[in-house]
Design a protein around this ligand. Structure first.
Ligand SMILES: [Zn+2]
Length: 177
């Protein structure tokens, strides 16, 4: 596209993605924005914002179970105790470790024949779809206060990493100028 600042037809450069994420009630929510800038003058030309909504319940329970077994002496919750846990009541904290922009081109088309065989055909460069997206690594710290496990009641803290990713077709990104 033509850049309004330097008035040239320019190539895109990938900007720094911005993540705004928050964890509470066993879910990770927020937005991640990606931006394409002008290769010549760095003016922001296109953007896309992704909504994030990730359930943390299973990961949080697994992390807590691992933390309990890592205690000395190790603690194992009974099935009954685990069924009484409510991960949505625990405290969560999210910390963005890294967010990177991703890009890929669709270089082959796949077609399934009647026989069930899949054939791949290369797509000419000018017809290839371009996708942009992100991959984010988020560290989540969970604290279960007054957790009942192994016949005891205690506060347990654990952390785990969540990997998020999404993408959109370049042509569907919003032009900012
Ligand atoms: Zn420019």
């Amino acid at each position: 596209m033509r850049c309004p600042d330097c008035n040239k037809f320019v190539s895109f450069e990938q900007g720094e993605p911005e993540a705004e994420l928050e964890a509470s009630g066993a879910s990770l929510t927020g937005t991640i924005r990606i931006v394409l800038t002008c290769q010549e003058c760095s003016t922001e030309l296109k953007e896309s914002t992704f909504d994030v909504e990730q359930d943390l319940q299973d990961d949080a329970e697994s992390a807590i179970i691992a933390a309990l077994s890592g205690l000395t002496p190790s603690v194992t919750a009974t099935d009954e105790e685990r069924q009484a846990w409510d991960a949505t009541e625990w405290d969560y904290e999210a910390e963005e470790e890294s967010t990177e922009m991703t890009d890929r081109r669709e270089t082959v088309s796949r077609k399934t024949l009647k026989s069930g065989k899949v054939v791949e055909r290369p797509i000419k460069f000018q017809y290839q779809k371009q996708f942009y997206g992100y991959e984010a690594q988020v560290k989540v710290t969970v604290t279960a206060a007054g957790l009942k496990a192994g016949g005891q009641t205690q506060d347990v803290t654990a952390d785990f990493t969540v990997i998020l990713s999404d993408e959109t077709q370049a042509s569907g990104m919003e032009e900012m100028v």
